[in-house]
Design a protein around this ligand. Sequence first.
Ligand SMILES: Cc1cc2nc3c(=O)[nH]c(=O)nc-3n(C[C@H](O)[C@H](O)[C@H](O)COP(=O)(O)OP(=O)(O)OC[C@H]3O[C@@H](n4cnc5c(N)ncnc54)[C@H](O)[C@@H]3O)c2cc1C
Length: 337
Amino acid sequence: MFIQESYPLKHLNTFGMDVTARYYAGITSRGDLPDIFNDPDFRAKPHLVLGGGSNLLFRDDYNGTVLHMGLRGKKVVAEDQKNVFLEVAAGEPWDELVAFCVDNGWGGLENLSLIPGQAGSSPIQNIGAYGVELRDHFYSLEAWCKESGRIRTFNRSACRFAYRNSFFKQEGKNKYIILSVTFNLDKNPVIRTDYGGLQKELESMGCSSPDIADVRAAVCRIRESKLPDPEITGNAGSFFKNPVVPEHTYRRLKEAHPGIVAFPENSGMKLAAGWLIDQAGWKGYRAGDAGVHSKQALVLINHGNATGTDILNLAGRIRDSVKERFGVMLEPEVNIV
Ligand SMILES: Cc1cc2nc3c(=O)[nH]c(=O)nc-3n(C[C@H](O)[C@H](O)[C@H](O)COP(=O)(O)OP(=O)(O)OC[C@H]3O[C@@H](n4cnc5c(N)ncnc54)[C@H](O)[C@@H]3O)c2cc1C
């Protein structure tokens, strides 16, 4: 494996932070991992596994080794009358995977169209959009344990999925490198259109009985109209998680702010963080090159030359003002490096 020094990361993170990695190595085979982890020089320095770089914010240059996931490949490992089990290598681009499933008529992932990043990162925060979460079609994953050097298989319950959360963001954080994910897809897809204006978009497209390709097209249209394209404007999607509050807190907030937007979530009510931030007056705000997207207040953006610190300072001001106005604490969804 070839290790490069002073490697530019600007094009490997969707925030477009102009930072470098002290060392950089592309992981293109499973055998690369024991090779590099057995090297005492590597072990003495910090390292970061990088996927598509769409859920992280670099504060500064990375003073360690960036391991860029490049494992590729997809294969059907089992199927029956109803389901297809598709094993996908961690470095496969997520949206190419969704398109591949839709083209084959396998349902399940279409509501998650156009989310940036790689398949291997998708279980980490249990990605979700338009009423569907990754866990709904997850079967298992294989991960390489950094400590033992062994490959372990995790089933759905071992991943402990929750809203934008999993074992890999908690006890398992930084302990495993995900190598592949197996999805359980439907040969007779169930269409889900009851969330976030999807039904309305399908109607405007003239689809009265949509199939999964229509759902994918509608999701792409909505996302393209609402979210900034990271190729043009640096961002990492939702900067904060939607806070989940107990039912009684929600009722109190609803009395004071009748327009509040919320959805039921297992343990209480999930408040739309974008609404809270918008109401606190931040939508479209700009301080230097750090800003808040004008169409979706949950998305912080880099207008060009913002640094990670500029974005974090703005995020801190937003968090404090939402806390002061609503008594609700926002937590970042993005990984700060
Ligand atoms: C425009 C935009 C829209 C978005 N919309 C959504 C959305 O609708 N829903 C949603 O849930 N998210 C959304 N996101 C966030 C992001 O795309 C997802 O979280 C995605 O899964 C991140 O994948 P990635 O490969 O880019 O991960 P990275 O940002 O590269 O990494 C994220 C974390 O995972 C770790 N990691 C990466 N790969 C591995 C691996 N193989 N093994 C172990 N650890 C690993 C990294 O070290 C890091 O801590 C959006 C982002 C953008 C820019």
